[in-house]
Each structure stands twice: as C-alpha cells, then as structure tokens.
Design a protein around this ligand. Structure first.
Ligand SMILES: [Zn+2]
Length: 381
C-alpha cells in the first residue's frame, strides 16, 4: 500500500511510520535512514511502541552470537485517523493507519440533504461494521475529521457531530466546512502545493461553497477560511434565495439551479440535453458560468488568489464550466489588471472530502507536536 498523505507537516513520528510502512528496520538502521541520533529517534519512537502503532520484536542474531536485535515494524491494522464527509447527497468515510495507508473506506448516496445527523449516524454504523469485519483496532485513534456543509455551522450545532463520533471511538474531533476539507485533500495530493498567496476553492454542488487556503509563515501549516460565496449577490438575477437575499450566486450555478433552469431531474439529464444541442440548456449553463465568473472576478480583485480550483458534482458532470467561467471572469477584470488567475478543476467528491478530513486531523496533530517540541526545547534551555 502506498501512503497517500505524506507532503506537509510531517513530524519525525510520521517519517518513522512511513519508513516502517514499507518494511521493518532495526533502531540502528532507522537512525541512519532518517539522519537522527539514537536519543532523538527513541524520543519519537518509544511513544509509538507504547501506543501500539509500532511493534518491537527481539530476535537472536544469525548464528546466535552477540546481543539479540530489536526489529521494528508497523502494526498494520491499528487505526490512527478517521475522516468523515457529509455532503448534500453523498456521505463518505475512511480510516487510515499510522503510515497513512487506507484501512477501510465506505460511502453511500441519498436523494437530498435533509440535515446531517441521519447520514452521519448511518456512516458511523457502516464504519463500525467495517471495523469489526476487518479486525481494525480503534483503541488509539488520534482524531476524527468531520466535513460538514456550511448550513451545519449556521445551525451552530456541529459540536453534536463530535459527541456522536465519541460514542463509537475516542480521540479529538476536528470539523470544518466541506470545501475546506476538499482543499486540504488537494494540498496533500501529489498535485498540491502551498504558497504565501492564497488559493481559492469553489465547490459547485447542492449549494456553492468556497474557501481560501494559504501557508502560515510557521512550519508550512495550511491556513483555511471558508465563507458564504454562494450567497454573493449577482446583478441581473431577480429571484429570491432561501437565505432571504435576492439574486444569490447559488440561484445560477448550483446543482438545483442548473437542473431547474433546464427543466431536468439530474445533471446527467442536463448533460444529455446539452449534448443534443438544446439552446435553452446551453443558455442555462452560460448564465451559471457568467454568474460564477463575475463573482470570481470580484473576489480575485479583492484577494488576488494565485489559482482558483473548481470542483463538486457540477464540475464533474459539466467540465466545460471551467473554461466558460475563466472567460467570463476575464471580462469582469479591471483593464488595469494584467495578471491572469488560472482556473482548474479538481475532485471534490465525498471520498476526496473524507480524505481532506483526515488531512485536517493530521495537520492539527502535527501543529500540536511542533508546538510541544518547541516548548520542550525552550524548557531544556
Ligand atoms: Zn442566498
């Protein structure tokens, strides 16, 4: 198995786990491989043995001469982090071990988002079944990440999710907006990178969500902030939004807006109608891209993102919305602005968001470890 999370915020413990995820080592071999002293290695390694993530087995040297050798190996079936994602019509969950290898994953779809509690409850029971069937050890889970839509935060009861998770296993809970989790998943993918200038992420799904991600000046820790991009007001849209505002972006560029405009049930039907050359459907898509391009241009002029990433069901089903939005955004840029903000598409489905939730926990744990290591250094002085 290849570790899927290995780019940012790696502590010495992460590097030990990654090495042991490949093969077993002795302490002497690990110190050479990682370029650290024996005491430094032991400080990081011993808690991992104590917590049951690393197995230490002593075996006699070949030929029976000299001291026995201690071999270290990864405990494959010990879960370390859980990632959960509750979207408008899809829930997904994943468990990884200490080396970032996937132990189990599950997902299921539902017709429409009617509150996150029921999908979360079902997701937890599916995971518990997978844990039992695969003999996964959940005693030392460091944390669970939960990706929820912005509406859950509006209800200010997202902390309930942590209570539901803690009924199944221990460890801290990190929850954030679903688009913020998608951004973290992208950051930790081979294509991801982190810069001082912000990157903007827009998820076109049941609603329209966005976040900005940029690098903290300390230790490459990502900073993410999400907002209510779907409720930015667009000139020329007269309808009233469920939020109470008039002309919100969601009324032009969300899953429901596109389907309603083309008088179809699903985006698959939308695409079929579009491919058959229906001018009304093409117009609906163009108006969605125009609204999104306008909103992106305003944001780009205010915050100067280095890149805009689009994802979600709308982008997965209608990839041409990316180039249409790019062209529309350029129209609304001030002529004085010479730079180009590239727009590309990335996966932001349930699986990606669940992986992002794992990354959120890993980032928090790494930040805490770095802080504790710094405090320990100061105390030694
Ligand atoms: Zn609105």
């Amino acid at each position: 198995m290849q570790a899927q999370i290995n780019q940012f915020g790696n502590t010495l413990q992460d590097l030990i786990a990654l090495a042991l995820g490949e093969r077993s080592y002795t302490r002497a071999q690990l110190t050479r491989k990682l370029g650290v002293s024996r005491p430094v290695l032991s400080r990081a390694l011993d808690p991992m043995i104590h917590d049951g993530f690393v197995l230490s087995e002593v075996s006699a040297r070949e030929g029976g001469a000299g001291r026995p050798v201690q071999y270290l190996s990864l405990v494959d079936g010990a879960a370390y982090i859980v990632g959960l994602s509750i979207g408008r019509n899809e829930a997904a969950g994943v468990l990884i071990n200490r080396a970032g290898q996937q132990l189990f994953s599950t997902s299921f779809e539902y017709l429409a988002y009617r509150g996150w509690e029921k999908p979360l409850q079902k997701l937890l029971s599916l995971l518990m079944r997978g844990i039992a069937e695969n003999s996964i050890d959940t005693k030392k889970i460091a944390g669970t990440g939960v990706a929820l839509p912005m509406s859950a935060f509006r209800d200010s009861d997202a902390a309930k999710a942590a209570a539901m998770v803690r009924e199944e296993w221990s460890g801290g809970c990190v929850y954030d907006n679903i688009v913020a989790m998608a951004a973290l998943a992208h950051l930790h993918s081979p294509a991801g990178s982190l810069a001082a200038s912000p990157q903007m992420y827009v998820r076109l799904s049941g609603g329209v969500g966005s976040c900005f991600m940029w690098s903290s000046p300390v230790e490459n820790i990502p900073q993410v902030v999400a907002g209510e991009f779907g409720h930015v007001s667009i000139p020329g849209i007269a309808q009233k939004c469920h939020c109470g505002n008039i002309g919100c972006l969601e009324l032009a560029a969300s899953y429901a807006a596109l389907c309603n405009g083309a008088e179809v049930e699903s985006l698959a039907d939308f695409r079929q109608k579009l491919d058959s050359g229906d001018p009304q459907t093409a117009d609906v898509l163009n108006r969605g891209a125009a609204a999104l391009g306008f909103a992106c241009a305003q944001v780009a002029m205010a915050a100067h993102p280095s890149h805009i990433y689009l994802g979600g069901e709308v982008v997965a089903e209608l990839p041409q919305i990316v180039s249409l939005t790019q062209a529309q955004m350029r129209r609304h840029f001030s002529p004085a602005i010479q730079w180009e903000v590239p727009i590309s598409s990335i996966p932001m489905d349930g699986a990606a968001c669940a992986w992002g939730a794992v990354c959120a926990v890993k980032t928090s744990v790494a930040a805490l470890q770095i802080k504790n290591e710094s405090i320990a250094t100061v105390m030694r002085l």
